[in-house]
Design a protein around this ligand. Structure first.
Ligand SMILES: Nc1ncnc2c1ncn2[C@@H]1O[C@H](COP(=O)(O)OP(=O)(O)OP(=O)(O)O)[C@@H](O)[C@H]1O
Ligand SMILES: [Mg+2]
Length: 253
């Protein structure tokens, strides 16, 4: 037990099973981040706190420059906050060293970038196999799992294609497949549909939501598309360094 769970007195009234369910996959407390730009200091994240639970599809919205990517990079262990704490699956990761951050990124976190960042010399299948090999899985198991995921995402006809022989939406779905290849508990996506046309964005969005529903992943998806945001379970809005949470009115899917 870490101090975060110990400090949550309400959980003492739950059964063990309920406590398991009530534990957030991701808990962040009082995250602050300031950047220096020349002589100016900009506080991008001003004491951000949030809990993200299993199976939640969460939209992260806010104006350009409001700090969405900065926050995702901290949550994804790609960057460090100036202060505050990050708990992943109940584990306090705040003071992890580089090796520990790399290890937890490999096993527990999937990251999807706006521009897919696939390996150009490798096929779709290989792009999904490689992170699993790095994580110690056998080629046989990694190949089998990669095929299942790519098929789930409607890419069974594309597994032998290199990224430059696929459409933008297909590339992005491969990037999603790669991100979940090692069965992370947390998926972070930074404007995964940002450079796609509306129909393709919808297809990629459907794939993401389908995966979240299928696997029980917790997912945070930064987007400028408020229509998509309002179809998720919860919206986190960045504004002036603060984070506001609301449940959208539109029916979920
Ligand atoms: N490495 C850095 N050094 C200095 N300033 C930075 C750095 N990274 C981000 N910033 C600044 O922090 C602010 C937030 O940037 P961030 O990329 O997190 O915004 P965003 O909400 O993701 O924007 P967008 O919607 O355009 O992607 C911006 O003012 C940006 O210029
Ligand atoms: Mg951004």
């Amino acid at each position: 037990m870490n101090e975060f769970y110990q400090s949550n007195e309400e959980q003492q009234h739950y059964s063990t099973e309920q406590v398991e369910q009530a534990k957030p996959i991701l808990a962040v407390r009082d995250i602050c981040k300031t950047y220096s730009q020349g002589t100016r200091e900009i506080q991008v994240l001003n004491s951000i706190s949030a809990d993200i639970y299993k199976g939640e599809a969460i939209a992260l919205v806010g104006p350009s420059g409001s700090g969405k990517s900065s926050l995702l990079h901290i949550l994804g262990m790609l960057d460090k906050a100036d202060s505050g704490k990050v708990f992943l699956n109940g584990q306090d990761c705040t003071n992890f060293n580089d090796a520990e951050r790399t290890a937890i990124r490999r096993t527990d976190i999937g990251f999807v970038y706006q521009f897919h960042q696939l390996l150009p010399e490798f096929s779709a299948l290989e792009n999904v196999i490689i992170p699993q090999l790095i994580n110690g899985h056998s080629r046989k198991n990694a190949t089998a799992r990669a095929k299942v995921i790519l098929e789930f995402l409607g890419l069974q006809e594309r597994i032998g294609h290199r990224p430059n022989a696929m459409s933008g939406g297909e590339q992005q779905r491969v990037a999603i497949a790669r991100a979940i290849a090692n069965e992370p508990t947390l998926l972070l996506a930074d404007e995964p549909t940002g450079n796609l046309d509306p129909n393709t964005a919808e297809r990629v969005f459907q794939s993401l939501i389908g995966l979240i529903r299928q696997t029980g992943l917790a997912a945070i998806i930064a987007t400028h598309n408020l229509e998509l945001a309002n179809r998720m379970d919860r919206v986190l809005q960045m504004q002036d360094g603060k984070l506001y949470s609301y449940v959208p009115q539109q029916p979920q899917q």
